[in-house]
Design a protein around this ligand. Sequence first.
Ligand SMILES: [Zn+2]
Length: 141
Amino acid sequence: MTTVRARSPRSLPTPVGLTAEWYSHCARGELRFQRCGTCGAWRHPPRHLCPACGDEGWSWDPSSGRGTLFSWTVTHQALHPGFADALPYAVLVVELEEGVRVVAGLRGIEPGDLRLGLPVEVEIERVSDTIGLLYFRRRPA
Ligand SMILES: [Zn+2]
């Protein structure tokens, strides 16, 4: 599930608080999401209270890393020079088996081959000691 690559020249997120905790799990190659200790609801992005029951108790539980393509957009113009060599590239919204949705990059599939509901699995790229970025690949049936 984890791939370690050289540092990217692209700008990186500078998260704080719970979001920094989430990225640090990713930096260790672990895809985890908050799960309510009372009702069991998964949630993302990170927040202090459960949106389902309002409880404050939760844990970082491991995700299967498997999901389906919920939506995407294809970028044809680089707004940051670090992305110029990747054009055109897709930005995905993937719905994980746990029910949460994440924004991520695409690997191993041409943007023109994307379709709604495509089965995908996560690949995490560690870009620093505190940041891991999510990419998804087609999942074998
Ligand atoms: Zn809850």
